[in-house]
Design a protein around this ligand. Structure first.
Ligand code: UDP
Length: 252
C-alpha cells in the first residue's frame, strides 16, 4: 500500500496530497479543541459526522452557485477537495450575539442583531487569532480590496443559505466561521469557500428549547457532543431518524 504524503495536520483535520495535481484529501479527526487548544479531548464519531455535515453544506452551496473547494466525499472520514491558497482570515458572520462578541461588547447572549455582522480574525494561533479590521487586511496585504468585496458578498450569501437550511429544521444559526481559498485556473484566480462548515465552526441553537447543538457543548461541558452533532445530522436527513450510533446507520 502506498504511503500518502501529509501536507498539514491541524487541530481537527489532516490534509494529504490528493491523487491528482491540484487535489487534496481532507481527513476529519475525532479531536476536539477549544480556547486555542487549551482544552482538548477525543470525541468518538465527531470526525465522521463533520465529514458528512460539511459535505452536505458544501454541496448545498454549490447547488445555489456559491463556489467551494469541495469535490467529493471519499469515505467515512475523508473528502477530496481542490487545493487552494487559504486567505489568512477567519470570516465570522453573526446573526445573534454569542461568544466573543458578548465578552467584547457586553451584549447579552442571544440578542438578535439588527443586521448580520461580519468580522475578520487574522489566522495566527500564536496570537490567538486576533480580530482585525479591513485597514489591517489592506495594509498587511492579506487580501486585496476586490477580494474583500468578494469575501463579504460570499460570507453573506453563505449566511442566507445556512440560516435558511437550519431554520427549515428548527435550528437557529447564531453565528459561524468560514475560510476562503484562492483557486488558480490558468491566468485566472477565483475565491471559493474552503476548509469545513460543521457544528465545530457554527453556533446552532434549537429554535424552541434553545438547546445548543454545536461545539459550545464541548467548550462549556453541556453534555455529549456527538449526540448534539447527530441531532443536526438527523434533522437534515443525513442520519436516519432512529439512529443511535453513527457507525452502521449512515445513509449513503
Ligand atoms: N469559530 C471557529 N474557529 C475559531 C473561532 C471561532 O470556528 O477559531 C466560530 C465559533 O464556533 C463561532 C463563531 O466562529 O461559531 C464566532 O466565534 P467567537 O468569535 O464568538 O469566538 P469563541 O467564543 O468561539 O471564542
Amino acid at each position: 500500500m502506498a504511503r500518502r504524503t501529509k501536507i498539514y495536520e491541524g487541530k481537527a483535520k489532516i490534509l494529504y496530497e490528493g491523487p491528482e495535481p491540484g487535489t487534496i484529501v481532507q481527513f476529519f479527526k475525532d479531536d476536539a479543541t477549544a480556547f486555542n487548544a487549551q482544552k482538548k479531548d477525543v470525541i468518538e464519531g465527531k470526525g465522521v459526522l463533520n465529514n458528512r455535515l460539511s459535505e452536505y453544506f458544501m454541496v448545498g452551496l454549490q447547488n445555489i452557485g456559491i463556489p467551494t473547494h469541495f469535490l467529493k466525499r471519499l469515505n467515512m472520514r475523508e473528502q477530496l477537495v481542490r487545493s487552494c491558497e487559504i486567505v489568512p482570515l477567519e470570516v465570522i458572520v453573526r446573526n445573534y450575539a454569542a461568544g466573543s462578541l458578548c465578552t467584547r461588547l457586553g451584549v447579552e447572549e442571544g440578542t438578535q442583531l439588527p443586521r448580520p455582522i461580519v468580522e475578520y480574525c487574522y489566522k495566527d494561533d500564536a496570537l490567538g487569532d486576533p480580530l482585525v479590521t479591513e485597514e489591517h487586511i489592506a495594509a498587511f496585504g492579506w487580501a486585496s480590496q476586490q477580494e474583500m468585496d468578494d469575501i463579504l458578498s460570499l460570507a453573506l450569501r453563505v449566511n442566507d443559505y445556512l440560516s435558511g437550511v437550519m431554520y427549515g429544521v428548527g435550528i437557529r444559526l447564531v453565528d459561524f466561521k468560514i475560510e476562503i481559498g484562492r483557486v488558480f485556473e490558468g491566468d485566472y484566480q477565483r475565491l471559493v469557500v474552503a476548509d469545513e462548515i460543521s457544528p465545530d465552526s457554527c453556533r446552532l441553537w434549537d429554535l424552541e428549547t434553545g438547546r445548543k447543538l454545536d461545539k459550545d457543548v464541548f467548550r462549556r461541558d453541556l453534555g455529549n457532543l456527538t449526540d448534539a452533532y447527530s441531532e443536526v445530522a438527523k434533522r437534515l436527513g443525513i442520519l436516519q431518524n432512529n439512529a443511535t450510533s453513527i457507525k452502521p446507520t449512515v445513509v449513503n
